[in-house]
Design a protein around this ligand. Structure first.
Ligand code: DP6
Length: 368
């Protein structure tokens, strides 16, 4: 892959139906992802202040079915069902997203949409539901482009464009388009990386990291008080922002080196520091805010103790929320599970935990 997109993302006036406008449907399952080096701070339009890298998950995913038919006189319409119930808020957000994509997909204006979506995990709890949701939608739109205009027949082009579109919906969604370890943002750590779309790290990673486990410990699944969008915005005036962006640029290089050589100690050091730095940025923004809960800290302390006393390489990372992602190599699973059940369970909400791991990326739900 090169830094210059091999396809022209804009200026596609031909992506418009000239004859009959079709009725049809497509559906994608797309996983969430957990960042190891965090994206926190951006420039217009959805350009990250620093590169980020994440594991795509396996069992935490969104399934989205997009049904379309010819639009009426009013132009494009979107009706959204989430978990089987009409959801006007998601409908409005998706309509705005589609409106903003009209230059890229002129055919959107010719259609009306019914979108049915569901997650396997609680949304708005800092488990990057926007990542899985937006990537599933982006894949569905690219699928329609390919089906009717045959312009994305090369697999690389299809996923690169899907990542580009997903990024416009939510930055972290750009990384969910691929399985395994994925980088979004230009970095010397991997040739071909770009601020415009994510790139999968397809070779060189030590086998220990290819089947890494992520038990997502659900401390609190209520709605976040401050959205990620607002959090990114507050970085514009954060007094530590410049140092933070520089630190992330270095961390991604060191982390990739550690993941190549199988250096789990450095992996733990960088990922935990990234998680705490992310929350430090929230605490040092103005207005300042705190998404960690007392039980987040209780769990982190237990993780430190368990690692030190048992000499088992468990570590944590955090998303923009109070839930803890417990990371460990799969070979330790039989020893980590009793630790979760016996020592960490008292700190969890009634939702418990999601036993997840690195996954292979999105899947199309139906054949054409
Ligand atoms: C803390 O991708 O949700 O999860 O681009 O505004 O939609 P928007 O933000 P979003 O931010 C995710 C931030 C993070 C870190 C990460 O995933 O890299």
């Amino acid at each position: 892959m090169t830094n210059n997109p091999s396809i022209d993302f804009y200026n596609n006036p031909e992506l418009k139906f000239s004859g009959d406008i079709p009725t049809g449907r497509t559906g994608w399952r797309s996983p969430s992802n957990i960042a190891l080096v965090k994206y926190w701070g951006k420039k217009p339009v959805q350009i990250p202040q620093n590169p980020s890298v994440s594991f795509t998950l396996s069992r935490s995913y969104t399934e989205t079915l997009v049904e379309y038919s010819p639009a009426g006189h009013e132009g494009m319409e979107v009706t959204f069902y989430f978990d089987g119930k009409p959801n006007d808020e998601f409908g409005r957000k998706t309509k705005t997203f589609f409106e903003n994509l009209k230059n890229i997909f002129p055919f959107l204006d010719q259609l009306k949409f019914t979108i049915l979506s569901k997650n396997t995990f609680p949304h708005s709890a800092g488990i990057a539901s926007s990542a899985s949701g937006m990537s599933a939608l982006a894949l569905a739109l690219c699928d329609m482009e390919q089906k009717y205009f045959n312009t994305l027949s090369r697999e690389e082009d299809f996923f690169q464009k899907a990542s580009y579109i997903a990024r416009l919906g939510s930055g972290s969604a750009s990384r969910s388009v691929y399985g395994g370890l994925t980088i979004w943002g230009q970095t010397e750590a991997l040739p071909g990386t770009s601020d415009l779309y994510a790139c999968p790290v397809t070779s060189g990673i030590h086998p220990d990291f290819l089947s890494y486990q992520d038990s997502i410990l659900l401390v609190d699944t209520g709605q976040k008080k401050v959205s990620s969008r607002v959090g990114h915005g507050l970085m514009d005036k954060n007094p530590f922002a410049k140092q933070r962006f520089g630190q992330a640029r270095e961390n991604i290089k060191s982390l990739l080196n550690a993941m190549t050589s199988g250096d789990i100690e450095t992996f733990i050091n960088i990922t935990e520091s990234e998680a705490l730095t992310l929350h430090a940025m929230m605490m040092t923004s103005n207005p300042y805010y705190l998404l960690l809960k007392p039980n987040t800290l209780n769990i982190i302390e237990r993780i430190f103790d368990f690692r030190n006393f048992k000499n088992i390489p468990v570590s944590f990372t955090l998303d923009a929320g109070p839930n803890v992602h417990l990371l460990y190599p799969d070979g330790y699973k039989s020893r980590v599970m009793p630790f979760i059940e016996n020592e960490l369970a008292p700190f969890l909400s009634h939702n418990g935990y999601i036993d997840d791991e690195v996954g292979n990326g999105p899947e199309k739900l139906m054949k054409d």
